[in-house]
Design a protein. Structure first.
Length: 448
């Protein structure tokens, strides 16, 4: 699939049309928000903090406002007023929300990233009345959503009221992030520094060993997707000698700059989000090596399954002996949501020549917790079901799971655990018929 095949431009619903594009101050802009509105608040590094300050300062205007948020890097001012009048729906748990959990004013929406386009349609379950976003400076009559387009690109084209904070520090990116300035109702000029993501630490010897094993499963000519952190960055570092790679991912990080510079990547890198490090923020500004895409393109099953040799490189919190994964809840509580993990794993198994690779350390918490477990315990979600299992990598090797039965999977995964945990790893005991029984009662006919 070529870059020109990616339809990431233009209107996405029939009501998309010219707006007022009035330049006003923040207080005047937010005064147009009706009471009881559902308000989309851009997340990550693109949260418009100045507009959020104006919301909090003018909160007496409203009896209730519902703020719908993707993953948040910061605590905007409305977080200090839970229920008065702000209530929060979040698509991704993050540390920024920890002060809200006990207030009763926040709920987590189980969310698969590819569903964003449908959920945020005007008639969707999360259709919003208002969009609050940060955009770049105006260039040739357009602004750009900058570092985040996956969800915001849909919302700004469908919400009845769009308010944009125009910040000169936000990079101008191309693709679905671009928006004609006259498609914004109110523009508020206020520059503020881009929130910087914490840089990934360098992988240690164990991490580098895992990265080498995982990279060995990625052929020339693959289209790759990857996560964030020291281990994904180390895997990307191992791929610099590949050629004709393409990038189609949920996020792009600093490691992609080095990968692109090495000559391993051909074509524009397609992504929904960009990690807000100074290096990447500077590199992507007006750089056509990156194309920002909406959720339906970055994570959509129809697009991803059509990519030959689509290789998904992901990590997880724990892998059970049947190959299922929990990527959301640890011993310390909820740390994430499904996000794009199910989208990418499903697509990798459907792609011609695709691979779904789960790479992780065998232990956590200084070796006190095994990340290879007998089963996903009750109360913890199964982010990736067993039927999507393909390859699992730890420092102890690679387990090829596709096509294996449950006992064979357990046999392949047990050696990937740290030696001290292997003897205690057992899957959930299976129910067996009693000797007097002729077998289990028949269940319903399977759906074709």
């Amino acid at each position: 699939m070529s870059d020109t095949d990616l339809d990431v431009f233009g209107p996405i619903h029939p009501g998309y049309g010219r707006r007022g594009s009035r330049w006003v101050d923040a207080a005047m802009a937010v005064s147009a928000i009706p009471d009881g509105a559902r308000v989309y608040l851009a997340g990550g590094a693109t949260t418009p903090r100045h507009l959020c300050d104006a919301l909090a300062e003018g909160r007496q205007r409203w009896e209730r406002l519902d703020l719908v948020m993707p993953w948040m890097m910061t605590r905007p001012a409305p977080f200090d007023h839970p229920g008065e009048p702000f209530r929060f729906l979040t698509l991704q748990a993050s540390a920024a929300l920890k002060y809200l959990w006990a207030t009763g004013a926040v709920e987590v929406v189980p969310f698969r990233y590819s569903d964003g386009a449908l959920l945020f349609r005007p008639d969707g379950a999360l259709g919003c009345d208002v969009a609050l976003v940060t955009v770049s400076r105006v260039i040739d009559g357009k602004v750009s959503l900058g570092l985040s387009a996956g969800l915001s690109a849909d919302v700004v084209r469908s919400a009845p009221l769009v308010i944009a904070q125009v910040s000169a520090s936000m990079p101008y990116t191309y693709g679905a992030s671009e928006l004609p300035v006259d498609e914004v109702d109110f523009l508020v000029e206020h520059d503020e520094p881009v929130l910087e993501a914490r840089p990934a630490s360098a992988a240690d010897e164990v991490g580098r060993g895992i990265a080498s094993l995982a990279a060995g499963l990625v052929p020339d000519g693959a289209t790759i997707q990857f996560g964030l952190g020291a281990l994904p960055d180390a895997i990307l570092g191992e791929l610099r000698d590949r050629r004709r790679l393409r990038v189609h991912s949920g996020m792009v990080s600093d490691a992609c700059v080095a990968l692109h510079t090495s000559g391993a990547v051909e074509g524009a890198m397609v992504t929904a989000e960009l990690v807000s490090t100074p290096t990447l923020t500077s590199w992507v500004d007006r750089n056509r090596s990156v194309t920002m895409a909406p959720a339906a393109v970055s994570h959509g099953a129809g697009v991803l399954a059509g990519l030959d040799r689509f290789v998904s490189l992901q990590s997880t919190l724990e892998v059970a002996l049947d190959g299922s994964c929990n990527s959301e809840v640890s011993a310390g509580g909820r740390v994430s949501g499904p996000g794009g993990a199910p989208d990418f794993a499903q697509a990798a198994t459907a792609s011609a020549g695709g691979r779904s690779i789960i790479a992780l350390r065998s232990t956590a918490a200084g070796g006190s917790i095994s990340r290879i477990v007998g089963r996903i315990d009750p109360g913890r979600p199964t982010t990736l079901p067993a039927y999507l299992a393909d390859a699992v990598v730890t420092e102890y090797g690679v387990a090829e799971l596709r096509g294996l039965g449950l006992e064979a999977r357990a046999g392949a995964l047990r050696p990937l655990a740290a030696p001290e945990y292997r003897p205690s790893l057992d899957p959930t005991p299976r129910e067996r018929p009693s000797p007097e029984s002729s077998g289990p009662e028949p269940g319903p006919e399977p759906f074709p």
